[in-house]
Design a protein around this ligand. Structure first.
Ligand SMILES: NC(=O)c1ccc[n+]([C@@H]2O[C@H](COP(=O)([O-])OP(=O)(O)OC[C@H]3O[C@@H](n4cnc5c(N)ncnc54)[C@H](OP(=O)(O)O)[C@@H]3O)[C@@H](O)[C@H]2O)c1
Length: 343
């Protein structure tokens, strides 16, 4: 089948799409989205038509719904939901891409999409399955590497705490910390996640933040305190972690997922600890560390190839499941990277 035939075939198909139609007030829900049908787009000069195979669901997409949000692009009501995907090239009008190539791009919550060749990247599906390029070999993996090694500068022999430890970013952070010779303590929701983090991902300990004596349990898991906090959660979890930080500890503030669905953000009670213990707190946005992308990817790919870095995924089946899967991911129903399988 040549490329022309493929496009004729797809032109008969409808393009299932999910639009963002209502701004949430508090928790986001499926009612904030609408399923619509569009045409399969036709690529123009320099463009590539892709059939999306996997869609990535990420906490920043909830931030995009916050009025007046900084740093992420706000979502437009009525527009197709923005989102990263991996998929297969059906037709290319760009010299660097061929039919059958697998690529990564911001194609959004839809089955088919068109982008310019400069906006997408080829992925190597012989190294890892396509969905891994949205997780361990995608933005979450690179975020973990940059935040832990470049921002917090974790060193062998140090104790590292990581919150949302069973999630896409946290699960990679903990494994990189272990591979770097650190003692790593995860924080996650529920005993099952904690067990997985220790037994499957090799963390030295994991504490369930939902138990009443969380503070005491975290103290027990960090008898020598913590030198690094990789902060994914914020709120009361972060407040508790602050009490465990050692003098001159470093905090890489990656995310505040506990806050994204709140009408009003919570404050920090233990902020004085930053002063009292000479702590360094640095927020970071992975998009600003473009020069770290290639070294990070190189190392992550090596570890995956050698079987040193494990990755887990939670897979929802079908685009129509994306809204509920998005809500569920924010509520902690995912283990590892949350994706939606579209093909
Ligand atoms: N700075 C950057 O450039 C950058 C890049 C990527 C991601 N991030 C941030 O990194 C964090 C993790 O993202 P991810 O993609 O890896 O998502 P994820 O961890 O795979 O999924 C989100 C997780 O957050 C946890 N969570 C939700 N509400 C919580 C609460 N109230 N208290 C404690 N934990 C809660 C849940 O795990 P539990 O079951 O354990 O509660 C859930 O599984 C997010 O804050 C995200 O915004 C930042």
């Amino acid at each position: 089948m040549n490329a022309e035939n493929i496009v004729i075939a797809t032109a008969k198909e409808r393009n299932l799409q999910i639009r963002y139609v209502r701004a949430p007030d508090g928790w986001v829900g499926p009612e904030n989205f609408e399923l619509t049908h569009g045409d399969v787009p036709v690529p123009g000069d320099g463009e590539v038509l892709v059939r999306n195979h996997y869609l990535s669901l990420d906490p920043y997409q909830r931030r995009q719904m916050i009025p007046g949000v900084e740093y992420v692009r706000p979502l437009r009501l009525g527009a197709i939901m923005e989102g990263r995907t991996v998929g297969e090239v059906l037709q290319s009008q760009h010299r660097d891409f061929r039919t059958g190539d697998f690529v990564y791009g911001d194609f959004g919550w839809q089955q088919f999409g068109v982008l310019r060749g400069e906006e997408i990247r080829k992925i190597d599906t012989t190294l890892a399955p396509p969905s891994a390029w949205l997780g361990v070999l995608g933005s979450p993996g690179i975020t973990a590497w940059v935040g832990l090694l470049h921002v917090a500068k974790a060193r062998a022999g140090e104790t590292v705490i990581v919150s949302a430890a069973a999630g896409a970013v946290g699960s990679v952070v903990g494994q990189i910390a272990r591979l770097s010779g650190c003692r790593v303590v995860g924080i996650a929701g529920g005993p099952q996640k904690c067990r997985l983090v220790v037994e499957e991902l090799g963390f030295h300990a994991c504490v369930d933040y939902r138990v009443a004596d969380f503070e005491a349990m975290l103290a027990q898991a960090t008898p020598d305190g913590a030198d690094v906090d990789f902060e994914n959660v914020g709120g009361t979890v972060f407040d508790t972690v602050l009490t465990r930080m050692n003098d001159f500890g470093r905090i890489a503030l990656c995310g505040l997922v506990s806050q994204y669905n709140l009408r009003e953000p919570q404050g920090l009670r233990n902020v004085a600890t930053l002063l009292n213990r000479n702590l360094m707190l640095q927020g970071f946005r992975v998009g600003h560390y473009k020069e770290q992308r290639e070294p990070a990817l190189h190392q992550l790919a090596d570890w995956v190839r050698q079987g040193k870095l494990r990755f887990r995924e939670t897979v929802a089946q079908g685009l129509e499941k994306a809204p509920q899967a998005f809500v569920d991911m924010l509520a902690g129903h995912n283990v590892g990277k949350q994706v939606v399988k579209l093909v």
